[in-house]
Design a protein around this ligand. Structure first.
Ligand SMILES: Cc1cc2nc3c(=O)[nH]c(=O)nc-3n(C[C@H](O)[C@H](O)[C@H](O)COP(=O)(O)OP(=O)(O)OC[C@H]3O[C@@H](n4cnc5c(N)ncnc54)[C@H](O)[C@@H]3O)c2cc1C
Length: 356
């Protein structure tokens, strides 16, 4: 299969990855994005881009964990093919909690232990005491005397990735159409139409809903953290994802809503207070951005690929796991285009086929 005319809709995370991969396979690819080239409509632009299969197993199904594990191996291979470097690290996740939240932490740890037992191929969580916590993140040991370390978990820089993919699309002569608000039926002449519009595809999925996430980007050069830190809290669970050059992404709220209006004062206060309770160095940080976006989510909170007429493929429902699972979804989608479903089945990716 090569030399096909393929139209990809949506230049967010999946759209860019799919368009790039298909052009490398020798197809003629058009990519349509509803936003202008200097605007950002993708959930992927505001995300923290943590790659944390074990941490996420506290709230998700084992097949997502499986997709995440597969993707953690694939990301370095994919990033190595890009001309522009993308910050990626796999130094684990640190989980901490304040003393009064110990019972919540116990529940969380028990879930992770259960996942590790059911999937022995994952690195098991490691309980930390004051000394071992100090070794990992010295600046946190004043506040926390215990924690949990999840070895092997990762993160990447979402914006560097999106920019690097766009540069790659430009240099590989993918036809780029910005300010192009489109739907799949407009491209019946194409050999394949791949719909990666996230929330923009709500008419193609009866049951797609938005889960709003609010997140801050701050500059805190005095805060030294080497890896993403998660704070367990009954009301304000929080993550702090350190990027390069003293930038941190702090998030995120999880609100059942399609509302894309700016972040609320309440959410911003809660996120910032929780971050300050983890590290007092955030007091002098500078707030670069406060963002709100919606995570495209299906009723079971799991991703799905739907195919009909052997030419329309809809990829959606990546919810809060887009970066965690994108390489798995990408590889499964490319295989499905060639009539192979083994990978999708082995990773538990839901493939919905509709009669023409
Ligand atoms: C606050 C927040 C934090 C997150 N943190 C993480 C994290 O740490 N780890 C993780 O794995 N995931 C995280 N996610 C989830 C991740 O960002 C999403 O799962 C992922 O971006 C979904 O990818 P997508 O390509 O399906 O949709 P998107 O990235 O949203 O892209 C969809 C694109 O389609 C375009 N579009 C819409 N309608 C049309 C149309 N009619 N025509 C053309 N184009 C259209 C949009 O403008 C957009 O560019 C987070 C999300 C949020 C909101």
């Amino acid at each position: 299969m090569n030399g096909l005319n393929i139209v990809v809709l949506g230049a967010g995370l999946m759209g860019r990855l799919v368009a790039w991969s298909l052009s490398r396979l020798g197809h003629r690819v058009q990519l349509h994005e509803t936003k202008a080239s200097d605007q950002h409509g993708a959930a992927a632009w505001v995300a923290a881009a943590m790659l944390a299969p074990l941490a996420e197993s506290a709230i998700t199904e084992l097949n997502v964990v499986q997709m995440g594990r597969y993707s953690l191996q694939r990301w370095p291979e994919l990033l190595a093919e890009l001309e522009h470097p993308v910050f990626f690290q796999q130094d684990g996740t640190l989980v901490v909690w304040h003393r009064q939240d110990a019972s919540e932490a116990q529940r969380f740890s028990a879930k992770l232990m259960d996942t590790a037992q059911r999937m022995p191929e994952l690195n098991a969580p490691v309980a930390l005491n004051a000394a071992s916590l100090h070794q990992l993140e010295p600046t946190l040991s004043d506040v926390f005397q215990q924690g949990l370390f999840l070895p092997g978990e990762g993160q990447l820089d979402n914006r560097q990735l999106l920019n690097a993919l766009m540069q790659q699309l430009q240099s590989s002569h993918v036809e780029l159409h910005f300010s192009s608000n489109v739907s799949p039926e407009q491209f019946s002449h194409a050999d394949w139409v791949i719909d990666c519009r996230g929330m923009g595809a709500h008419k193609a999925w009866d049951n797609l809903r938005g889960v709003r996430g609010e997140v801050l980007r701050i500059h805190a050069p005095d805060v030294k953290l080497s890896r993403p830190v998660r704070l367990i809290h009954p009301r304000y669970p929080l993550y702090i994802a350190p990027k390069q050059d003293g930038v941190f992404v702090i998030g995120a709220t999880e609100i059942e809503s399609d509302d894309t209006s700016p972040a609320s004062v309440r959410s911003s206060l809660e996120l910032l207070s929780a971050a300050y309770s983890v590290h007092k160095g955030f007091a002098e940080a500078r707030i670069l951005e406060i963002n709100a976006q919606i995570r495209p989510t299906l009723p079971d909170n799991l991703p799905a690929i739907r195919i009909h007429e052997n030419k329309y493929m809809h990829i959606n429902g990546l919810y809060r796991h887009g970066f965690l699972i994108a390489p798995a979804i990408l590889d499964a989608a490319l295989d499905l285009m060639e009539g192979r479903s083994d990978l999708a089945h082995s990773l538990g990716i839901s493939v919905l086929e509709e009669a023409p």
